[in-house]
Each structure stands twice: as C-alpha cells, then as structure tokens.
Design a protein around this ligand. Sequence first.
Ligand code: CP
Ligand code: NVA
Length: 319
Amino acid sequence: MTLSSLHELSERFRGRDFLDFSTYTGEEIKALLDGAKSLKILRQQGEQHLLLQGKTLGMIFDKASTRTRVSFEVGMFELGGHALFLANDATQLGRGEPIIDTARVLSRYLQAIMIRTFAHQSMEELATYATIPIINGLTDEHHPCQVLADLLTIEEKKGHFDGVTIAYVGDGNNMAHSLLQAAPLVGMNIRVATPSGYEPDATIVAQAKMSAKSSGTEILVTNDPYVAALDADVIYTDVWASMGQEESAQKRINDFSTFQVNDALFEAADDDAIFLHCLPAHRGEEVTESVLEGAHSVVFDQAENRLHVQKAVMVAVIG
Ligand code: CP
Ligand code: NVA
C-alpha cells in the first residue's frame, strides 16, 4: 500500500466511528491492518506521511493511560495533525456538563474524538450526538484499538490468521470481548478461560458464535485454563482487576489464582506459541516474570503496534 492507497482508505472509511468490531467486517479489519503495515514501513524508512495536516483529534480520558495517550498523540503528530489531551477533571465534563452537549460543542472544533471512559453507553451517546468520528480508546466493555494492534502482531509473527488459535486466560473483560468479536471475523479460533462467575458477556459470546459459524472458526468458553491453552498458537492475558474494579482487586487475586499464565500453562501451548498482554502487566499475578520476559513474549512489539494501527484508523476515518 502506497500513500495513494492510504488516500483510498480514507475514501472508504471517512466519517465512520470505531467503537467496537460489531459494525466492521473481516475484510474491513484487514484493510485497516494493511494501512497500518504501510504506515509502519513509511515510518521505518523515515518517509514523511503528513496525511492529516491541519486536523485535530480530541482525546477525552476518564481513566489513566500510558500507551493509548502517547501512541495517539505521537501518531497524530507524525501524520501532521494535532492531538488535544482532555482530562476529565480539567474539562466541564468533570463538573457535570452532559456528554450530549460536549459532543456537539467539540464537533464544532475537532475532526475526531478518541474517548477512554467507563460505560460503553456513554461513548455511544457521544457518538450519537457528535457529527465527527468517535474512536474507542477503551470502555468497560471493549478495547478495539488494542485488539487491532494484537491482530497486527499475530499476523506479523504467524504470517496469517487462518486456523490460528488464540487462548485468552483471565477475566472476561473488555479485552476478552473485543478479542471475541474480532477473532472470528479474521478467521481465527478463540478460546476464553475464566474462573466461574467471571465469564465474558453472554450476548457478546452468542454474537461471536454466530460470526464464527459463518467464518468456519471455533469459539470455546471454558473454566479450565489448560483446556484453553492446549496447543494454542497465542496465549493472551490481562490484569485480573481492570480500571474501576480496584475495590475487588484482593478478592480477584484469590478467585483467579489458578488462572496465572506461568511456565506450566505456557508449556501446554504449541511449541511456537507467542505470549501477548495488552499491558500494563502485574508480574506475579496474571503472568509470571518468566513468561512475560521469556523468549515467546512479544508484548513490546504488540505495544508498538498500537501506534501503527491507530494511525491507520485516524487516516481512515478523518483523512
Ligand atoms: N493497553 C493499554 O491500553 O494501555 P494504557 O492503559 O497504558 O493506555
Ligand atoms: N482490562 C484492562 C485493560 C487495560 C488496558 C482495563 O480495563 O483496565
């Protein structure tokens, strides 16, 4: 893909929201990944790619962030545009101004908004009232930008998606949901292992199963981490207590104790399996130091890919 095909990506996606994968096809996801690969190469070659000159992205953060904030801000800078950090407590949102008013006001200044917030519904409300594209930078329910980076990493390391099996071990949270949505769309099998009571949302699982039926892929939701990990090509985990769940963190350490990704569990996977984690990681909880720092871990390549995929999403929806 060249600069002109990146312009074609904009022609195709301009104005679209990127809230979760439910409104995207596998083919569209692959087009965004192709865009990301091109942008990654342009950056590696030191070639300018000022595709969003004069454009401004607003970034609303109701939760903490390292990767999301920095990769969006750097990405927008590299595309020739500007990114505006809007911390909840430094805006009128934090003093109770309704999101429906914020949406209409910000639409008069900006070309797109990235939002990291709690309720998925708040982001959907923002998208309904805004006249500019909204990008999900994480909600309690989904984290699609992260999963786009995960997909790029899997494709780079495995060479393809077809028949690849990903085992997600841990909490049935936003990461599990976005992985469940995306895996069948691109042709991957997915297994999700959680403790009893921490399963992913039943509606999202049902939709993923329908999607898997039409793509001929497999979905398994289990309470046995070894069943999930057996011969898997990718082992994925995430924190046991997500942002906003700090109060139940201690209880979760007990409830998840047999769901740690350690050497024994990793050995159940395929010999060439890779380890993914969206980060931040809690060493000694959901993953051991040995797995996180081990030869099969590609978590920092995965983190880098946030930059490339988000640049592709911004070029696509804003360009
Ligand atoms: N993975 C991820 O979204 O990281 P941050 O919370 O640092 O943005
Ligand atoms: N599930 C985690 C992901 C962090 C990137 C959280 O929501 O806190």
